[in-house]
Design a protein around this ligand. Structure first.
Ligand SMILES: CC(C)(COP(=O)(O)OP(=O)(O)OC[C@H]1O[C@@H](n2cnc3c(N)ncnc32)[C@H](O)[C@@H]1OP(=O)(O)O)[C@@H](O)C(=O)NCCC(=O)NCCS
Length: 386
């Protein structure tokens, strides 16, 4: 794994590497070699991801790279081949990733599956309606955060497509971990719990980036992660974060497109909400993946799937009563497998992709029918880059 530093421009000291490997089983790391020497690598975390109505195993593709001396010679292609074959053999129906460049992974069947928003808004930004707090905010140390926060996460994640299961090592070495060399000029991570008599209802991880100009605070409070059980708890949590002293602005990123702040704030425009691509998803086993999630409506669709990189998926699939089976029936759509990654979590509808020429509609009206079948009540959200 030491080779990862070569292509990620990181000085991977052994302590950092050790921390990283706590969550990546060594057998999930592929290395590309030339004459026995490593020239590239690709890893996969064994995840569970929420999809509409279910939680399914997924490969979380990570630390992909080719040494600068060996680029544009097919090393990535060879690693993607080995990795997707391995994921398929393991029976994980999905592979997920965040991409350093949006041009890389479409050719291997990954489609854009969620968006991520970045905000920066003035401290004390008012809410549109008054809020009577019901809970209490309490700063906690890392050890207590490790106890409390997973309760909230576990209650929320089954409801939000794109959220991942987290082991206690994931909490300890990734979410709650903090050291001066990971702060990028900011202060230490702070942990705060929102509690009522019923227990924890929300939490936030944040840090200050202090700065003073003319005796006035000009710094930022950066919200690393804020998760709450329901709408009221989300409002209370953000009210607290927006009102913390000694910051001019509150910043955050990796927020979902349906974030409640759009409705809470009196001036949502002042968030300057900017959108980036988030999760990319690949249906490694089309039949298993389509059968794993739930569907909103009745009815059926038949999709002719094109998948040059994983030909075991090619052919016609009928989706009916929540099951995808091979069929000889006439197809409603012809689609590259990457576009199924884009509709799977609910980031896009069939109609949008048909309009954009990325899915071919073969029977009139099929896109509208498929849109209501695939509809999900929450936008996909993956609050962390892996
Ligand atoms: C991106 C990276 C892994 C590509 O590796 P590589 O071994 O040079 O890629 P390959 O030679 O196998 O090329 C595979 C295909 O991707 C294309 N490609 C490679 N890098 C690309 C890039 N940065 N942007 C667009 N296309 C790219 C190639 O043209 C080739 O296309 P083709 O199969 O249609 O002919 C490599 O440039 C790298 O390590 N970059 C820095 C780290 C990084 O960005 N990793 C990805 C983290 S998500």
């Amino acid at each position: 794994m030491l080779g990862i530093g070569q292509y990620f421009s990181l000085e991977l000291g052994s302590e950092r590497l050790e921390r990283f490997s706590k969550n990546l089983p060594i057998e999930r790391m592929h290395a590309a070699r030339e004459d026995g020497n490593v020239v590239g690598g690709a890893g996969a975390f064994p995840f569970e991801v929420t999809v509409p109505g279910a939680i399914v195993p997924a490969a979380g593709v990570t630390v992909v790279g080719t040494y600068p001396t060996h680029r544009r010679r097919g090393v990535l292609r060879a690693m993607m081949r080995a990795q997707l074959d391995d994921v398929h053999e393991r029976g994980e129906p999905l592979a997920l990733l965040f991409s350093s460049e949006e041009t890389i992974y479409g050719r291997y069947g990954y489609g854009l599956a969620s968006f991520a928003g970045e905000i920066s808004l003035p401290r004390e930004s008012p809410f549109a309606a008054p809020l009577e707090p019901r809970g209490r905010m309490r700063l906690v140390e890392k050890e207590e955060a490790q106890e409390l926060f997973p309760h909230v996460w576990e209650a929320v994640r089954p409801r939000v497509p794109g959220m991942l299961g987290r082991t206690s090592d994931w909490w300890e070495y990734r979410i709650l971990f903090d050291s001066p060399d990971t702060r990028e000029g900011g202060g230490p991570k702070r942990f705060v719990a929102l509690e009522t008599d019923d227990g924890p209802e929300g939490y936030a991880v944040y840090r200050h980036r202090p700065k003073w100009e003319h005796f006035l605070p000009a710094g930022e409070l950066d919200v690393v992660e804020a998760v709450a059980l329901d709408g009221r708890a989300t409002a209370e949590l953000w009210r607290f974060l927006l009102d913390i002293d000694w910051a001019a602005r509150v910043t955050s990123w990796l927020l979902p497109l349906d974030h409640q702040l759009f409705h809470l704030l009196a001036h949502p425009r002042r968030m300057g909400f900017r959108i980036f691509d988030g999760l990319w998803a690949r249906l490694v086993d089309v039949g298993a993946a389509l059968s794993a999630r739930s569907y909103a409506g009745e009815g059926s669709v038949v999709i002719e799937v094109e998948d040059a990189f994983c030909p075991w998926n090619e052919g016609r699939w009928k989706l009916e009563d929540g099951e995808a089976v091979r069929t000889r029936a006439a197809a409603d759509f012809r689609s590259d497998v990457a576009m199924l990654g884009s509709v799977y979590f609910g980031a896009f509808g069939f109609s949008e992709l048909v309009r954009a020429g990325r899915i071919e509609e073969l029977s009139p009206g099929a896109a509208v029918r498929a849109d209501s079948l695939f509809a999900a009540d929450r936008k996909p959200w993956c609050p962390e880059i892996f």
